[in-house]
Design a protein around this ligand. Structure first.
Ligand code: N01
Length: 535
């Protein structure tokens, strides 16, 4: 699309599910809209993360837009947990159906956003030299879109291929006959490791922290279940939005100790066999607040690891003992632990023997050398704040977002930032975002933003900024809620722990989707209490 010369209503950054829906929603209100995307097409995280084994960990029937009932019904998912390729096909279908690409410039990474206090306009520029001025800036940049790529000593000397799960080659990569090393055992590593092991001559997994993972038990969707949902899809959606994670409720009791030892074990076993989003820790409401309850779930999984992994030393290295289960994002896998029984797979426990350096053909640890043709980094992201900071946002008085957030992100509802008028952060830090069904969170945020913009247009306001006091209260509430849980006990990207120098702060709202959405609705109903609206 040609970039408009004159100021428009809204500029949107990102062509993931957030940016796509923002374009659709604002455009259908009659707003002039332009959007930028760094990739060459739509899909966001599902465009980039096309590594072998990449799959959604929310059930497909719930991981989709609900803003248009016809769209809900016409799209048919083939599996319980959709592959990356299928989710990307869905994103393309949505883009085609609503003509969303008409408003996007692709291959355009935003590198500057400057607020003009006199005109109440944002000027947004891209690395490729595009420039647009707009009343509202909507950052739909995703929570996990700025990769973290550790700089290992000697990496530049490595003569083989270096791949990143987050930017896997679009044309695929033939691993046959290759000696592959994977660094990282978060969701991306845990999903890709079994697939890489099947394809490569040999796989060496370099694990720094053992992680909890649960069987996804992926399969075709049960037709009766699908029919039941499709009989009243919007009703189903309304129901799941009443649940904390905005997905199907799986909690069977308030406390793990409401059941006898035998009953609890049977419940864990049943859940292990059935799989599903959230897995064992979602069975009891106190799993993430009561250490003893959490330990029951963790011990069940530890026993499973010992049963599945044949070599006791490998099993012990794979057994997480340094954080409560699910306080790092729980992983769902297919055959992860069993992969370590394969003759072509080696686990290197970096806690015992850290990486010293990379040479032309190997990774060298404290006591061994592992020859490699390919090195795969599954090392995660500068989560939540990284993508926003990377846009070089300058607000009132020229203040820089990265400086204002030097001690951690401060937002109002995870949606807006004091000092940065008319900037909206879709699923921003301080909102439920990564803790809940992301598409539901995206729709709720975009709808709220759209309603506020409509309200401003009706009342002739051109500038919206959260009050410092309201923002501080929200930041404090996010922190207090987090402190009632076990989440802060883990070293995780939720807390910013994975990035050197990043301030430690729990970055998501843990009070659940319904409480959050209700709060947003109440604020809107009260004439946007907490916001300074001016003309
Ligand atoms: O990243 P991670 P991810 N040397 O940060 C290790 C979502 N997601 O891409 O734990 C050695 O979880 C690091 O070790 P440690 C999901 O929300 C969803 O896997 O820091 N190792 C860790 O093992 C997820 O949580 C889906 O000690 C190093 C790993 O790299 C989020 O994305 C699929 C290292 C990074 O794990 C991020 O997942 C995929 C170093 N220098 C992702 N630096 C689904 O929908 C880092 N590590 C299923």
């Amino acid at each position: 699309m040609t970039i408009p010369d004159k100021a428009i209503d809204a500029v949107i950054v990102g062509a993931g599910f957030g940016g796509m829906y923002a374009v659709h929603r604002l455009r259908s209100m009659g707003l002039s809209v332009h959007a930028f995307e760094a990739a060459d097409d739509v899909g966001g995280t599902w465009w980039w993360n096309c590594y072998p084994g990449a799959r959604c960990d929310v059930e497909s029937l719930d991981y989709c837009y609900a803003f248009d009932e016809a769209l809900l019904h016409e799209w048919k998912w083939s599996e319980r947990f959709a592959t990356q390729a299928e989710v990307l096909r869905y994103a393309n279908h949505v883009a085609d159906r609503y003509g969303l690409r008409d408003n996007f410039t692709f291959n355009a990474r935003v590198n500057g956003c400057i607020w003009d206090e006199d005109a109440h306009l944002w000027t947004v520029t891209t690395e490729s030299g595009d420039r647009v001025r707009a009343r509202f800036l909507i950052a739909a940049t995703g929570c996990l879109s700025k990769p973290h790529r550790p700089d290992l000593p000697g990496l530049d000397d490595f003569a083989g291929n270096v791949l990143f799960t987050q930017a896997w080659p679009k044309e695929g990569y033939d691993l046959a006959g290759k000696r592959v090393g994977v660094i990282g055992t978060g969701s991306s590593g845990i999903q890709s490791i079994p697939e890489i092991a099947r394809r490569a001559a040999h796989l060496t997994v370099f694990q720094r922290t053992a992680n909890f993972t649960l069987p996804a038990v992926n399969r075709p969707i049960f037709p009766e279940y699908e029919a039941e949902i499709r009989a009243d899809y919007l009703g189903h959606r309304r129901t799941i939005l009443q649940n904390k994670a905005a997905t199907v409720k799986q909690t069977i009791a308030e406390s793990a100790f409401d059941l006898s030892d035998e009953e609890r074990e049977a419940a864990y076993e049943d859940k292990w066999q059935r799989g599903g989003a959230g897995g064992i820790p979602v069975l009891f409401a106190d799993s993430l607040t009561n250490p003893a309850s959490n330990e029951e779930a963790a011990n069940f999984v530890r026993r499973k690891i010992a049963e599945i992994v044949e070599d006791p030393e490998t099993a012990e290295s794979l057994t997480p003992r340094d954080h409560p289960i699910a306080t790092k994002r729980i992983c769902l896998d297919t055959d992860y632990y069993a992969t370590f029984n394969r003759p072509n797979v080696t686990l290197v426990d970096l806690k015992k023997t850290p990486i010293e350096r990379v040479s032309a053909g190997a990774i060298i640890t404290a006591n061994a050398e592992y020859p490699l043709d390919v090195l795969v980094f599954a090392t995660g992201f500068d989560a939540m704040t990284g993508p926003l900071r990377a846009m070089n946002v300058r607000g009132s008085g020229g203040q820089a977002l990265e400086q204002v957030w030097a001690d951690g992100p401060r937002t109002w509802l995870g949606l807006m930032v004091a000092g940065f008028p008319n900037l909206f952060t879709v699923t921003g830090p301080g909102s439920p975002s990564v803790i809940v069904n992301m598409i539901a969170a995206i729709e709720q945020h975009v709808n709220w933003i759209a309603d506020l913009i409509a309200h401003m247009r009706e009342t002739g306001q051109t500038r919206a900024e959260p009050q410092e006091q309201a923002q501080e209260e929200w930041v404090d509430e996010v922190r207090r809620v987090a402190e009632t849980t076990l989440y802060p006990l883990a070293r995780s990207w939720y807390n910013g722990d994975n990035i050197d120098g990043k301030p430690r702060m729990f970055m998501a709202w843990l009070g659940g989707y319904p409480v959050y959405a209700q709060r947003c609705d109440e604020i809107a109903a009260a004439g946007y209490a907490g916001l300074e609206l001016t003309a």
